[in-house]
Write a protein that binds this ligand. Structure first.
Ligand SMILES: [Zn+2]
Length: 258
């Protein structure tokens, strides 16, 4: 048995009363676990294994297969992320990116810290869409997939003075006219500047970034395509996020007209 600190990144029902619980832990990275009986009413593990909960977990250490969660302590329930539909959708998407880009039992403290930062940022965000863009960008960097936004990814040519900018998702950065790869997306000088600013920007300064819809659409296109080129499956949770966020936008539009 061993203790570790981590976040519940997803859960799935198993048999009549159990749950499969995927954790990302500080000490061991991503772990598949089982919370036996946790779907029974009043089970002592039930609240511990809610999605997004940060806690300390006591796990069995079998030689193979899933570990059992035998007990634990909630450090932060993150209930507010589950109760707000938009935040729930944004968090599920962010966690799916983490889940699909890390291997099991391959601990990485930077990934763990990015997870904690992500939950905090989504919790406090005034602009969830922009926060997701920032998290997508930072997570790529933490995983070693930094986007190359200053030089051509192929020949290294300095593109800081260029204004005809093209981004290749497969190459993970800009390409010059001579090195175009065929999958490029155009981007404005402003979008490039925003992406470069994400490297040094403190998350709390995100609020100062003023972007119009066109800028946001361009950022989304670049980052979503960059992610899709890195992971096998397109994240399903992204479609859900798009659905609820577009619903929210059309509702707030109605409020303004009323
Ligand atoms: Zn080039």
């Amino acid at each position: 048995m061993f203790w570790c600190q981590g976040i519940v990144i997803k859960t799935k029902p198993m048999k009549e009363a159990d749950r499969i619980v995927v954790l990302y832990t500080k000490e061991r990275g991503k772990l598949g676990t089982v919370a036996k009986g946790s779907r029974r009413p009043n089970n002592r593990l039930a609240s511990l294994v809610q999605p997004f909960t940060k806690g300390r977990f006591l796990l069995s250490d079998p030689t193979s297969g899933l570990k059992d969660i035998s007990q634990g302590i909630i450090i932060e329930s993150n209930q507010d992320l589950r109760e707000d539909l938009l935040k729930l959708a944004a968090t599920n998407y962010f966690l799916e990116l983490v889940d699909s880009s890390v291997e099991t039992e391959d601990p990485d403290l930077e990934v763990y810290q990015s997870l904690l930062l992500g939950l905090k940022l989504i919790k406090l965000a005034t602009d969830l869409e922009l926060s997701l863009r920032y998290l997508e960008y930072r997570l790529l960097s933490v995983l070693g997939w930094n986007l190359q936004m200053q030089n051509c990814t192929s020949c290294g040519k300095d593109l800081m003075k260029e204004d005809d900018l093209k981004f290749s998702p497969v190459q993970g950065g800009l390409t010059c006219v001579e090195c175009r790869f065929g999958d490029e997306i155009s981007l404005s000088v402003k979008t490039r500047a925003v992406l470069l600013s994400f490297d040094r920007l403190q998350p709390k300064a995100l609020i100062k970034l003023k972007l119009d819809k066109k800028d946001k659409d361009e950022l989304e296109k670049i980052l979503r395509n960059a992610w899709d080129a890195r992971i096998e499956k397109k994240p399903k949770t992204y479609l859900f996020w798009k659905e609820v966020s577009s619903l929210e936008n059309s509702n707030s539009g109605k409020d303004l007209q009323a």
